[in-house]
Design a protein around this ligand. Structure first.
Ligand code: ZN
Length: 741
């Protein structure tokens, strides 16, 4: 019984066909005897002759219009649920019951219940029951069962013939379902459609195996009640019996096959008795054909009496994912982005527009593996909702907005939160991925320090003076720029010397301006746009204020800022961020896999020197409030002009993450402490970071740790009185100090 029907061995088919046809003729003549009137015979001759002529004519016509006869089984229009999955954080590979992936969200059109299922998952009893009931010669015919076609023609004129199987084969019914071209009603101009259907059926049989046709058929036929639109055997198994299709017993298989003829009337919820009688017929046919033993037949008949019908529509789309039965509520922040990315992927893959891709996603039965870390996502969401984590702010008005974004060093997004409050609607504006605001000083490592170190224009300890550069204003006047602290707008330059790392640690604006001047604003701009993939930049941004202090015309998305910071934690590699690792279509074909290719934005040694400089931000600079106990953290704070936006981006050995705080419209945040963003980041992410697997960053080859002289910024000699440790690219070591002190 377990051996699958061998459907497409052609030599066998041919033998069977010959046998069946002669047997068919016998039945035909038997039929003639029953109604053995001269009138009927004459009528039949007319009908047969007529159909032969029609067929000949059609062959002639179709030779010139071949395209109308081609039907692709891939053009399935039913609504198959697409599923977003996530990696089970508690997965245990030694526990057979443990699932590696769990359901995150099931995306479906609300009124139709359809779940695609592979031929391999469908029990042989079910496909046999369907074949026995709907088209017993399915395995031997070439798409059209001429005996039945004839019967159907006769039935138009003499509706006496017991038309238990109808005129259409499974192949023809499949075509009817796929094309919507219903040739059932022959008396209403349907003869032409019927002939077209016959030719299409014969063509489909040439292009596809019997298994392919049966798989398609079983996934598109209706099991609808008057209330619910249920499509395909999986949804039927789920709805009527509360089971996965693979778990159906023989009686249940017969009951399902029994519905196909007229599902609304023959389903066991609407009419238990009618379903039972037709299921008995199905079992009898199966027994007659030899698909089941008489023992199995008898047992199944008894089981039919005790058939347990569930009829739970909430279970209608369930396969292996339990939570699918529950009300899913609005989509999460992460799901919103995963849906958006899926649409973009489908657009690219199929060469279709966003609207078409959206429809495809909701009805295509895709399996989408997301990159979310569900434990992290849950914890971060919960902490973002807790007002006490936003310590210093007057939250009485409750208008303060915030966003959080985290990915690993392969660009895989692990957590995203687009708002501080509980999300109540699906697919809404996200402050993490939609809002674009000034990055403030968080731009400096990307636009100024990174490129300057990478271009060997400065080292870790090159001495810079806190003094302005001269830039030309719009009026053509030269002026000194920039001031160091935007809120005072005062000319507060100290003219003191500091090593590069100290300038970054203290976020000194003048130093950033000097570095951008060295690399040139257009170099910085191109670096951000081409190497780091910022999408919100504008050509006007290739200038000093945008590149040195983050005064960009359109700002940046928090998500893109965090994505760019990958380079400081993984040796300069910039992976494209992704919410999705893999997408399979409903047949299991992989249509997307996150690429492991990357842009080497900085040399690994440059990236590590930057990393060490940014560690100083945390240990003794503007970000000390974020400092962790056990895990290394490097990062940068950012404050937009007039304190309208606060940011912190931090790299820990396993993750890069960032937080943004601001208002809906630009408004000063009631705080005077630039440390606030670092503190809030720690409140949200600190516990997760402390528990990371890795505690320190890997040191790449080509980096040298050495003492330097704080007076000259050059490598220290024995004569140097004040020295500190610095990090250098082996390829760009400073010379030795020659000051003599
Ligand atoms: Zn010295």
């Amino acid at each position: 019984m377990n051996e699958r029907t061998k459907a497409s061995t052609s030599s066998k088919n041919k033998k069977r066909k010959r046998k069946k046809r002669s047997k068919g003729l016998n039945i035909f003549f038997g039929f003639m005897k029953v109604f053995g009137t001269f009138l009927l015979s004459a009528l039949l001759i007319v009908v047969i002759t007529g159909s032969i002529f029609a067929t000949a004519l059609t062959i002639y016509v179709l030779n010139y219009a071949d395209t109308t006869t081609t039907v692709s089984l891939e053009n399935i229009t039913a609504n198959y649920t697409s599923r977003f999955l996530y990696e089970n954080p508690d997965y245990d590979e030694n526990d057979k019951k443990s699932e590696e992936y769990l359901l995150y969200y099931a995306l479906k059109n609300t009124n139709q219940h359809a779940v695609w299922t592979d031929y391999q998952s469908i029990p042989l009893n079910l496909s046999n029951a369907i074949v026995a009931t709907e088209d017993e010669r399915f395995l031997s015919h070439d798409g059209v069962d001429f005996k039945r076609t004839l019967g159907a023609f006769v039935n138009i004129f003499l509706p006496l013939y017991d038309d238990n199987q109808g005129g259409s084969t499974i192949t023809q019914q499949t075509i009817k379902n796929l094309t919507g071209d219903d040739a059932r009603d022959l008396s209403d101009g349907g003869a032409e459609r019927k002939i077209r259907e016959i030719f299409r059926a014969m063509n489909v049989e040439k292009s596809y195996s019997k298994d392919d046709i049966l798989e398609c058929y079983m996934n598109i036929i209706s099991f609808a009640t008057y209330k619910y639109d249920i499509i395909g055997v999986q949804a039927a198994a789920n709805y009527y019996f509360g089971k996965d299709v693979s778990q159906l017993n023989l009686a249940e298989c017969a009951s399902i096959a029994a519905m196909i003829k007229a599902p609304a009337e023959l389903n066991p919820i609407e009419d238990k008795q009618a379903n039972k009688e037709r299921a008995q017929y199905t079992l009898r046919k199966m027994n007659d054909i030899g698909m089941v033993s008489s023992d199995e037949y008898q047992k199944a008949l008894k089981a039919l009496d005790k058939l347990k019908v569930t009829g739970d529509i909430e279970y209608s789309s369930v396969t292996q994912y339990e939570d699918e039965t529950k009300d899913q509520g609005p989509t999460s922040w992460f799901m919103d982005d995963a849906i958006q990315q899926s649409i973009e992927i489908l657009e690219d893959y199929y060469g279709i527009n966003a609207q078409e891709a959206n429809e495809k996603l909701y009805s295509g039965g895709y399996t989408i593996y997301t990159t979310v870390d569900m434990d992290m996502q849950t914890e971060v969401e919960q902490k973002m909702r807790d007002k006490s984590n936003f310590v210093t702010y007057d939250l009485e008005s409750d208008k303060l907005l915030s966003a959080f974004f985290c990915c690993n060093y392969y660009g895989e997004v692990k957590a995203v939160v687009g708002g501080r409050k509980k999300k109540k609607k699906s697919q809404i504006w996200s402050n993490a991925t939609d809002t674009s605001r000034s990055p403030g000083s968080t731009i400096k490592p990307l636009s100024a320090y990174g490129p300057a170190i990478d271009s060997d224009l400065v080292t870790y300890s090159t001495i810079l003076k806190d003094e302005p550069i001269e830039i030309e204003g719009e009026d053509g006047e030269k002026r000194k720029w920039p001031v160091n602290y935007s809120e005072t707008k005062m000319e507060n330059w100290s003219y003191n010397d500091f090593p590069v790392w100290t300038m970054l640690q203290n976020s000194t604006n003048t130093a950033a301006a000097q570095l951008v001047k060295m690399v040139t604003p257009s170099y910085s701009y191109n670096f951000l746009q081409q190497k780091l993939d910022f999408t919100t930049l504008n050509i006007d941004d290739a200038d000093y204020a945008p590149m040195a202090v983050g005064a960009l015309s359109n700002g940046v998305h928090l998500s893109e800022l965090v994505e760019a910071y990958q380079i400081f934690g993984n040796g300069g590699k910039k992976y494209e961020k992704t919410f999705i690792s893999l997408i399979e279509d409903k047949d299991g074909t992989v249509i997307y896999e996150h690429s492991d290719s990357y842009t080497q934005a900085l040399d690994p040694s440059s990236a590590y020197v930057m990393n060490r400089m940014m560690q100083k931000v945390i240990t003794s600079g503007t970000g000390t409030a974020a400092k962790l106990e056990t895990t290394d953290l490097v990062g940068k704070t950012g404050t937009a002009e007039d304190w309208t936006d606060l940011l912190f981006v931090g790299c820990t050995p396993d993750y890069v993450s960032g937080i943004w705080i601001g208002y809906d419209t630009l408004k000063t945040i009631p705080t005077g402490d630039y440390q606030d963003s670092a503190q809030i980041w720690k409140n949200i992410f600190g516990d997760i970071a402390e528990n990371e697997e890795h505690k320190t960053f890997e040191v790449p080859e080509g980096v040298v740790e050495a003492k330097y002289c704080t007076h000259s910024g050059l490598l220290a000699t024995n004569s140097c009185s004040h020295t500190q440790t610095g990090y250098y690219k082996e390829s760009n070591l400073p010379g030795y100090c020659n000051l003599g002190y």
